[in-house]
Design a protein around this ligand. Structure first.
Ligand code: SF4
Length: 265
Protein backbone atom coordinates (compact mmCIF):
# COMPACT_ATOMS: atom_id res chain seq x y z
CA UNK A 1 0.00 0.00 0.00
CA UNK A 2 1.49 3.38 -0.89
CA UNK A 3 1.67 6.30 1.51
CA UNK A 4 -1.45 7.98 0.20
CA UNK A 5 -3.52 4.83 0.59
CA UNK A 6 -2.15 4.25 4.08
CA UNK A 7 -3.01 7.76 5.22
CA UNK A 8 -6.42 7.54 3.56
CA UNK A 9 -7.31 4.27 5.24
CA UNK A 10 -5.94 5.50 8.53
CA UNK A 11 -7.84 8.78 8.47
CA UNK A 12 -10.87 7.15 6.84
CA UNK A 13 -10.75 9.86 4.19
CA UNK A 14 -10.28 9.50 0.46
CA UNK A 15 -7.92 11.92 -1.20
CA UNK A 16 -8.00 12.49 -4.90
CA UNK A 17 -4.50 12.89 -6.36
CA UNK A 18 -5.02 16.66 -6.61
CA UNK A 19 -6.03 16.76 -2.96
CA UNK A 20 -3.01 14.81 -1.85
CA UNK A 21 -0.70 17.10 -3.80
CA UNK A 22 -2.54 20.02 -2.22
CA UNK A 23 -2.06 18.51 1.19
CA UNK A 24 1.63 17.98 0.54
CA UNK A 25 2.00 21.59 -0.56
CA UNK A 26 0.09 22.96 2.40
CA UNK A 27 1.60 20.86 5.14
CA UNK A 28 5.01 21.84 6.35
CA UNK A 29 7.81 19.82 4.82
CA UNK A 30 9.07 18.57 8.14
CA UNK A 31 5.71 17.03 8.95
CA UNK A 32 5.42 15.30 5.63
CA UNK A 33 9.00 14.07 5.74
CA UNK A 34 8.28 12.61 9.15
CA UNK A 35 5.19 10.86 7.87
CA UNK A 36 7.15 9.45 4.94
CA UNK A 37 10.03 8.29 7.11
CA UNK A 38 7.72 6.65 9.58
CA UNK A 39 5.29 4.96 7.26
CA UNK A 40 5.08 2.00 9.58
CA UNK A 41 3.72 4.03 12.48
CA UNK A 42 0.66 4.97 10.43
CA UNK A 43 -0.64 1.56 11.40
CA UNK A 44 -0.31 2.46 15.04
CA UNK A 45 -3.48 4.04 16.37
CA UNK A 46 -1.62 6.40 18.67
CA UNK A 47 -0.24 8.28 15.69
CA UNK A 48 -3.60 9.12 14.16
CA UNK A 49 -4.27 12.07 16.40
CA UNK A 50 -0.79 13.45 15.91
CA UNK A 51 -1.13 13.21 12.13
CA UNK A 52 -4.48 14.99 12.28
CA UNK A 53 -3.24 17.68 14.63
CA UNK A 54 -0.12 18.29 12.55
CA UNK A 55 -2.22 18.57 9.41
CA UNK A 56 -4.49 20.98 11.25
CA UNK A 57 -1.62 23.12 12.50
CA UNK A 58 0.02 23.15 9.10
CA UNK A 59 -3.14 24.21 7.34
CA UNK A 60 -4.06 26.98 9.73
CA UNK A 61 -7.82 26.44 9.76
CA UNK A 62 -8.82 27.32 13.29
CA UNK A 63 -12.54 26.66 12.92
CA UNK A 64 -13.56 25.11 9.61
CA UNK A 65 -11.13 22.32 10.03
CA UNK A 66 -10.92 19.35 7.69
CA UNK A 67 -10.81 16.83 10.52
CA UNK A 68 -12.53 18.61 13.34
CA UNK A 69 -15.16 16.45 15.01
CA UNK A 70 -17.68 19.27 15.43
CA UNK A 71 -16.88 22.27 13.28
CA UNK A 72 -18.34 25.59 14.31
CA UNK A 73 -20.53 25.86 11.20
CA UNK A 74 -22.37 22.68 12.17
CA UNK A 75 -23.93 24.63 15.02
CA UNK A 76 -25.49 27.22 12.68
CA UNK A 77 -29.26 27.51 12.92
CA UNK A 78 -29.81 29.90 10.01
CA UNK A 79 -28.56 30.21 6.45
CA UNK A 80 -26.89 33.61 6.89
CA UNK A 81 -24.75 32.32 9.71
CA UNK A 82 -23.96 29.10 7.85
CA UNK A 83 -22.97 31.07 4.75
CA UNK A 84 -20.68 33.41 6.66
CA UNK A 85 -18.99 30.46 8.33
CA UNK A 86 -18.32 28.36 5.23
CA UNK A 87 -17.93 30.91 2.42
CA UNK A 88 -14.13 30.80 2.59
CA UNK A 89 -14.00 27.01 2.72
CA UNK A 90 -10.81 25.39 1.45
CA UNK A 91 -11.56 21.84 2.48
CA UNK A 92 -10.96 20.52 -1.00
CA UNK A 93 -8.84 21.79 -3.92
CA UNK A 94 -11.86 23.36 -5.64
CA UNK A 95 -11.55 26.14 -3.09
CA UNK A 96 -8.32 27.17 -4.83
CA UNK A 97 -9.75 27.26 -8.34
CA UNK A 98 -13.19 28.78 -7.77
CA UNK A 99 -13.94 32.39 -8.57
CA UNK A 100 -16.93 32.48 -6.28
CA UNK A 101 -18.41 30.27 -3.62
CA UNK A 102 -21.96 29.33 -4.69
CA UNK A 103 -23.99 28.79 -1.55
CA UNK A 104 -27.59 28.71 -2.82
CA UNK A 105 -30.45 31.12 -3.29
CA UNK A 106 -34.16 31.49 -2.77
CA UNK A 107 -36.64 31.32 0.06
CA UNK A 108 -34.87 30.30 3.30
CA UNK A 109 -38.16 28.80 4.48
CA UNK A 110 -39.02 27.13 1.21
CA UNK A 111 -41.30 24.10 1.09
CA UNK A 112 -39.53 22.94 -2.05
CA UNK A 113 -35.79 22.60 -2.52
CA UNK A 114 -34.09 21.91 -5.86
CA UNK A 115 -30.66 20.35 -5.56
CA UNK A 116 -28.24 20.13 -8.46
CA UNK A 117 -24.71 18.84 -8.86
CA UNK A 118 -22.21 21.70 -8.91
CA UNK A 119 -21.81 25.29 -10.16
CA UNK A 120 -20.84 25.82 -13.79
CA UNK A 121 -18.95 28.71 -15.38
CA UNK A 122 -21.79 31.27 -15.11
CA UNK A 123 -22.54 30.29 -11.54
CA UNK A 124 -18.85 30.50 -10.64
CA UNK A 125 -18.72 33.96 -12.22
CA UNK A 126 -21.79 35.28 -10.40
CA UNK A 127 -21.73 33.32 -7.15
CA UNK A 128 -25.33 32.21 -7.72
CA UNK A 129 -26.76 28.76 -8.53
CA UNK A 130 -28.40 27.93 -11.85
CA UNK A 131 -27.95 31.23 -13.67
CA UNK A 132 -26.58 29.95 -17.00
CA UNK A 133 -28.56 28.31 -19.80
CA UNK A 134 -29.46 25.34 -17.63
CA UNK A 135 -30.50 27.76 -14.91
CA UNK A 136 -32.80 29.63 -17.29
CA UNK A 137 -34.40 26.32 -18.18
CA UNK A 138 -34.81 25.49 -14.49
CA UNK A 139 -36.57 28.83 -14.01
CA UNK A 140 -39.00 27.89 -16.80
CA UNK A 141 -39.53 24.45 -15.25
CA UNK A 142 -40.35 26.04 -11.88
CA UNK A 143 -42.66 28.58 -13.51
CA UNK A 144 -44.40 25.82 -15.45
CA UNK A 145 -46.05 24.72 -12.20
CA UNK A 146 -47.05 28.25 -11.19
CA UNK A 147 -44.16 28.85 -8.79
CA UNK A 148 -41.40 31.44 -8.82
CA UNK A 149 -37.71 30.93 -8.17
CA UNK A 150 -38.14 33.07 -5.08
CA UNK A 151 -40.71 30.57 -3.73
CA UNK A 152 -38.24 27.70 -3.69
CA UNK A 153 -34.65 27.19 -2.60
CA UNK A 154 -32.00 26.21 -5.15
CA UNK A 155 -28.53 24.92 -4.44
CA UNK A 156 -25.98 22.30 -5.40
CA UNK A 157 -24.10 19.53 -3.68
CA UNK A 158 -20.76 21.20 -4.38
CA UNK A 159 -20.40 24.87 -3.60
CA UNK A 160 -17.41 25.39 -5.92
CA UNK A 161 -17.05 24.73 -9.63
CA UNK A 162 -15.12 21.64 -10.70
CA UNK A 163 -12.65 22.55 -13.48
CA UNK A 164 -14.12 22.23 -16.97
CA UNK A 165 -17.45 21.23 -15.36
CA UNK A 166 -16.24 17.69 -14.76
CA UNK A 167 -18.25 15.42 -12.48
CA UNK A 168 -17.58 15.94 -8.78
CA UNK A 169 -15.02 13.54 -7.35
CA UNK A 170 -16.09 11.35 -4.46
CA UNK A 171 -13.60 13.10 -2.18
CA UNK A 172 -15.07 16.51 -3.12
CA UNK A 173 -18.62 15.31 -2.53
CA UNK A 174 -17.60 13.80 0.80
CA UNK A 175 -16.13 17.12 1.87
CA UNK A 176 -18.94 19.33 0.66
CA UNK A 177 -22.11 17.32 1.27
CA UNK A 178 -22.26 18.11 5.01
CA UNK A 179 -22.93 21.74 4.03
CA UNK A 180 -25.88 20.63 1.91
CA UNK A 181 -27.23 18.42 4.69
CA UNK A 182 -27.00 21.39 7.04
CA UNK A 183 -28.89 23.57 4.53
CA UNK A 184 -31.63 20.93 4.38
CA UNK A 185 -31.71 20.72 8.17
CA UNK A 186 -32.14 24.51 8.45
CA UNK A 187 -34.66 24.97 5.62
CA UNK A 188 -36.70 21.84 6.45
CA UNK A 189 -38.28 21.56 3.00
CA UNK A 190 -41.36 19.41 2.54
CA UNK A 191 -40.24 18.36 -0.93
CA UNK A 192 -36.78 17.84 -2.39
CA UNK A 193 -36.20 17.67 -6.13
CA UNK A 194 -32.89 16.01 -6.93
CA UNK A 195 -31.71 17.25 -10.30
CA UNK A 196 -29.80 14.41 -11.91
CA UNK A 197 -28.25 11.19 -10.70
CA UNK A 198 -25.29 12.71 -8.88
CA UNK A 199 -27.62 14.68 -6.68
CA UNK A 200 -29.90 11.66 -6.14
CA UNK A 201 -27.02 9.33 -5.29
CA UNK A 202 -25.49 11.80 -2.88
CA UNK A 203 -28.76 12.15 -1.00
CA UNK A 204 -29.70 8.47 -1.12
CA UNK A 205 -26.16 7.29 -0.38
CA UNK A 206 -26.34 4.56 -2.99
CA UNK A 207 -25.93 3.95 -6.69
CA UNK A 208 -29.21 4.21 -8.55
CA UNK A 209 -30.42 4.13 -12.12
CA UNK A 210 -32.54 6.96 -13.45
CA UNK A 211 -34.98 4.45 -14.93
CA UNK A 212 -35.54 2.98 -11.43
CA UNK A 213 -36.23 6.19 -9.53
CA UNK A 214 -37.36 8.89 -11.93
CA UNK A 215 -40.99 9.87 -11.38
CA UNK A 216 -41.24 8.00 -8.07
CA UNK A 217 -41.88 9.48 -4.65
CA UNK A 218 -38.95 8.59 -2.42
CA UNK A 219 -38.78 9.02 1.33
CA UNK A 220 -35.73 11.08 2.26
CA UNK A 221 -35.57 11.39 6.04
CA UNK A 222 -39.34 11.93 6.16
CA UNK A 223 -39.22 14.44 3.32
CA UNK A 224 -40.79 13.54 -0.02
CA UNK A 225 -38.14 13.43 -2.71
CA UNK A 226 -38.49 13.29 -6.47
CA UNK A 227 -35.63 12.69 -8.86
CA UNK A 228 -35.72 14.24 -12.30
CA UNK A 229 -33.30 15.09 -15.07
CA UNK A 230 -30.80 17.89 -14.59
CA UNK A 231 -31.67 20.87 -16.82
CA UNK A 232 -28.20 20.70 -18.42
CA UNK A 233 -29.00 17.12 -19.47
CA UNK A 234 -32.32 18.35 -20.88
CA UNK A 235 -30.50 20.85 -23.06
CA UNK A 236 -28.53 17.97 -24.52
CA UNK A 237 -31.48 15.56 -24.63
CA UNK A 238 -34.69 17.53 -25.32
CA UNK A 239 -36.62 14.23 -25.63
CA UNK A 240 -36.47 13.99 -21.79
CA UNK A 241 -38.55 17.16 -21.38
CA UNK A 242 -41.75 15.09 -21.36
CA UNK A 243 -40.47 13.10 -18.31
CA UNK A 244 -39.57 16.30 -16.48
CA UNK A 245 -42.98 17.78 -17.22
CA UNK A 246 -44.64 14.67 -15.75
CA UNK A 247 -42.38 14.91 -12.67
CA UNK A 248 -43.27 18.56 -12.21
CA UNK A 249 -46.98 17.86 -12.54
CA UNK A 250 -46.59 15.21 -9.83
CA UNK A 251 -44.74 17.72 -7.65
CA UNK A 252 -47.49 20.30 -8.12
CA UNK A 253 -50.15 17.70 -7.23
CA UNK A 254 -48.31 16.63 -4.07
CA UNK A 255 -47.68 20.24 -3.10
CA UNK A 256 -51.32 21.19 -3.59
CA UNK A 257 -52.33 18.25 -1.40
CA UNK A 258 -49.87 19.38 1.24
CA UNK A 259 -51.23 22.96 1.13
CA UNK A 260 -54.78 21.66 1.31
CA UNK A 261 -53.93 19.57 4.38
CA UNK A 262 -52.45 22.59 6.11
CA UNK A 263 -55.56 24.63 5.35
CA UNK A 264 -57.81 21.87 6.72
CA UNK A 265 -55.86 21.29 9.89
S1 SF4 B 1 -16.32 22.40 -3.04
FE1 SF4 B 1 -17.17 22.42 -0.97
S2 SF4 B 1 -15.63 21.42 0.30
FE2 SF4 B 1 -14.61 22.00 -1.61
S3 SF4 B 1 -13.73 24.02 -1.15
FE3 SF4 B 1 -15.74 24.34 -2.08
S4 SF4 B 1 -17.14 24.59 -0.35
FE4 SF4 B 1 -15.26 23.61 0.42
Amino acid sequence: MDLQKKIESYLKFQFHDESFIYLEKNCNTEFFDNVKKKEAIIDNKTTKQSIISQINQSRDFPENDLFAEEPQWSKSDNLEDLYSQIKDCQKCPLGLTRKNFVFGSGNPKADIMFIGEAPGADEDEQGLPFVGRAGQLLTKIIESIALKRSDVYICNILKCRPPKNRKPLISETDECEPYLFKQIEIIKPKFIIALGLTSAETLLKKKVKMSEIEGKIIDYKSTKMLVTYHPAALLRNPEWKRNVWEDMKLLRKLYDEYLQNITNS
